[in-house]
Design a protein around this ligand. Structure first.
Ligand SMILES: Cc1cc2nc3c(=O)[nH]c(=O)nc-3n(C[C@H](O)[C@H](O)[C@H](O)COP(=O)(O)O)c2cc1C
Length: 335
């Protein structure tokens, strides 16, 4: 079976689909390999390929597809607004074993949205309409969209939904925040439920999924086909297995502090590139530690953000995590 056939079958199957969210500079080949070792999701997304008139497919992103270390389908995400370039890139990407082509309609970074790409496109629904029409024609494997609920206001979702309904997309992922909201509280799961009710295509819910019990409630409450998880999976790569256990009615196994320590060491080994100096390596680890640290009580996050040397970094990790107590790894108040 090709990755796109496997993906289509997953979407039609009975079990809720769990996906690893695309995260720039995080969801690399190396990170996917680590997550897969902890059980992993049913499907992975690449970070976005930047698409414009003179763009080339980024080699390092493509590697995760050509050397897929997960044994599961990987969806290739694109960001851009120029229709001929998006069509060209979508066709090129289909030469590789991708499960689907995904369009990013959510990136909130001002450098992206000011150019009217990612989340910026949500201000121009007619342009989205034209892009979806062109891409649907160019993509012969599943074509999917990842969106936020609006640019300025969640009320915009009512204008966006008919556009998603008009084009026969194969899956819509909804990150239930507006673009201007960035990552602030107030995730509108009710709008995800509305999308699941009104669209014929399957919907994935995204935003602040941090634990197995909450995941189960969210699936029931919204009626979605599955969940896409980003930051929660960096903090807790066991979460995909935990959610599957919860859905089967089995006890959810929590990792111990020592398990978390071993995970951090694994990330460290994965991030090492030949010739990298000590301080850059410690800095690179902080893109993971910022999320892992939110799940560790006390002053761990505060301390690790200030680490500069390898020895200092691991001393902080060991003093907080070298124990056998269970770790829920959900965000906790920081001391
Ligand atoms: C570091 C980082 C990088 C991200 N990069 C992308 C990206 O390349 N494409 C995309 O669609 N979303 C990107 N996102 C958004 C996530 O895919 C996801 O929608 C968001 O984090 C909310 O889900 P979560 O609460 O499970 O993290 C990124 C998020 C983070 C934290």
């Amino acid at each position: 079976m090709t990755p796109s056939e496997t993906f289509s079958q997953l979407l039609r199957g009975p079990a809720p689909v769990l996906a690893l969210a695309p995260m720039q500079d995080v969801t690399t080949l190396q990170f996917m390999r680590v997550v897969a070792r902890y059980g992993g999701p049913e499907v992975y997304w690449t970070e976005y390929f930047r698409v414009h008139a003179v763009s080339h497919i980024e080699k390092w992103i493509l590697e995760s597809i050509t050397q897929n270390p997960t044994g599961r389908p990987i969806v290739a995400q694109m960001i851009g607004n120029d229709i001929p370039s998006l069509v060209r890139t979508a066709k090129e990407l289909q030469q590789y074993p991708v499960a689907a082509i995904d369009l990013n309609l959510g990136c909130p970074a001002p450098v992206v949205y000011r150019k009217c790409a990612g989340g910026g496109l949500l201000r121009e629904p007619q342009r989205i309409d034209a892009i979806l029409g062109a891409l649907r024609e160019a993509v012969s494997i599943p074509f999917t969209v990842k969106t936020r609920v609006g640019f300025d206001s969640p009320a915009e979702f009512d204008t966006l939904l008919p556009i998603f309904a008009k084009h026969t997309i194969d899956l819509l992922t909804v990150h239930a925040r507006t673009v201007v909201q960035m990552y602030r509280p107030g995730v509108r799961y009710d709008l995800i439920a509305q999308a699941a009710r009104e669209l014929r295509c399957p919907v994935l819910a995204n935003g602040n999924v941090f634990g197995a019990v909450q995941a189960q409630q969210l699936l029931a409450e919204t009626g979605v086909r599955g969940l896409m998880i980003g930051r929660g999976a960096i903090r807790n790569p066991w979460m995909f297995d935990q959610i599957r256990a919860q859905l089967r009615g089995e006890p959810v196994k929590l990792p111990t502090g020592r398990d978390v320590l071993a995970y951090i060491r694994e990330l460290w080994d994965n991030e090492i590139t030949p010739g990298i100096n000590e301080s850059s390596q410690v800095q690179r680890m902080k893109k993971f530690m910022n999320f892992i640290g939110e799940g560790v009580p006390g002053t761990f996050l505060h301390d690790i953000r200030r680490a500069e040397t390898t020895t200092g970094f691991f001393q902080i990790c060991e003093s907080a995590l070298d124990h056998d107590r269970p770790m829920p790894l959900e965000p906790v108040p920081q001391g």
